[in-house]
Write a protein that binds this ligand. Structure first.
Ligand SMILES: [Zn+2]
Ligand SMILES: [Zn+2]
Length: 327
């Protein structure tokens, strides 16, 4: 699967960073999903290879404007592009009320159905190639993380073991790949005894605003990627807690604790300046964003990235997350 960052600033946009939005693309085919939709997200999409007609669902983490004010505009544009197929929007209840009020007050016609699914109650929802679950986070308003786990994974048979057990190649192998239990020459064979267990489904956790990463402990245990806000650095830890946000060291030490392979920090305060590589003389630029990177690296030993608008990442089968476009 692929992840494309469309907005990585918190609260307000900057010249280089728009407000929150992330696209998640399925590993095969063209379907993709939008997680959060800050104001201007539809403009950001104009610079990407993502087609609105392949948008298969929208997920909003919480009701704060920097995560959803782009929604009416995007939904209207999708309508003007001629969509007739229903569109699923996973969002806290307030979003549904807001969009419905906007539709009524602005006499807004949509040629397709908006199917709202309430984040408060949804769990293990199956949608195309993903199974989706949610985690409630800690923020001044109800905020959620969405976890996307690959489903329908093709199982690989342990052919050596099959041969050792005198189960010859033929239709029976195909059956074992599909069915949990198969009868062969009067004997019941269990699928689990003959599949290679080194193939793990890919899983990505995308969190909304949150001041307590430990709430994601369970979700992260079998995930390869965590995308989490790091609005501040640790010198602003007290402020972060007060306003319900995280700082780099807090997120990174949690990521180390659950030993997740890849951590991507995003949702940076506008005070942090662009991603220039740090030079030998250190950070002569006050509030360089590299302060966040250094702070996180000091406590996290796996792969870490600071997200930037229009960066495209690919999650490999090996669990490695690779930056394939953007700097
Ligand atoms: Zn925010
Ligand atoms: Zn927020």
């Amino acid at each position: 699967m692929e992840i494309i960052f469309l907005g990585t600033s918190s609260g307000v946009p900057t010249k280089d960073r728009n407000v929150s939005a992330v696209a998640l693309k399925e590993s095969s085919g063209k379907k993709w999903y939008l997680i959060d939709c800050g104001e201007g997200t539809q403009h950001q999409l104009l610079h990407c290879q993502l087609s609105m007609k392949n948008l298969n669902g929208i997920f909003i983490t919480h009701v704060h404007g920097d995560h959803c004010y782009g929604l009416p505009g995007l939904l209207a544009t999708i309508g003007m592009n001629g969509r007739t197929e229903p569109l699923k929007v996973f969002a806290p209840q307030g979003i549904k009320q807001w969009i419905e009020a906007t539709r009524e007050l602005t006499q807004w016609y949509l040629p397709y159905e908006l199917e709202f699914i309430s984040t408060e109650t949804v769990n293990n929802y199956e949608l195309s190639q993903f199974s989706i679950s949610t985690t409630k986070l800690s923020h001044p308003v109800a905020s959620y993380a969405y976890s996307f786990t690959q489903r329908g994974l093709e199982l690989k048979l342990d052919t050596q073991k099959l041969i050792q057990n005198n189960i010859p190649s033929g239709p029976i192998w195909g059956q074992l790949r599909k069915e949990k239990q198969v009868t062969f020459e009067g004997e019941i064979l269990q699928q689990k005894d003959f599949i290679k267990d080194d193939i793990k489904p890919q899983k990505i956790v995308i969190a909304g605003d949150n001041d307590d990463p430990s709430l994601l402990k369970e979700q992260c245990l079998n995930a390869q990627v965590l995308i989490h806000e790091s609005t501040y650095d640790k010198s602003l830890a007290t402020k972060a807690k007060k306003v319900g946000h995280s700082y780099a060291e807090l997120v990174a030490s949690f990521a180390q604790q659950v030993n997740i392979k890849n951590l991507v920090l995003t949702h940076f305060s506008a005070r942090f300046q662009s991603n220039e590589p740090s030079n030998d003389s250190g950070h002569d630029q006050k509030n360089s964003i590299n302060i966040l990177l250094d702070e996180a690296k000091a406590v996290f030993s796996n792969q870490i990235y600071l997200a930037k608008d229009f960066q495209r990442y690919k999650l490999e089968k090996s669990g490695e997350l690779i930056l394939i476009e953007g700097k």
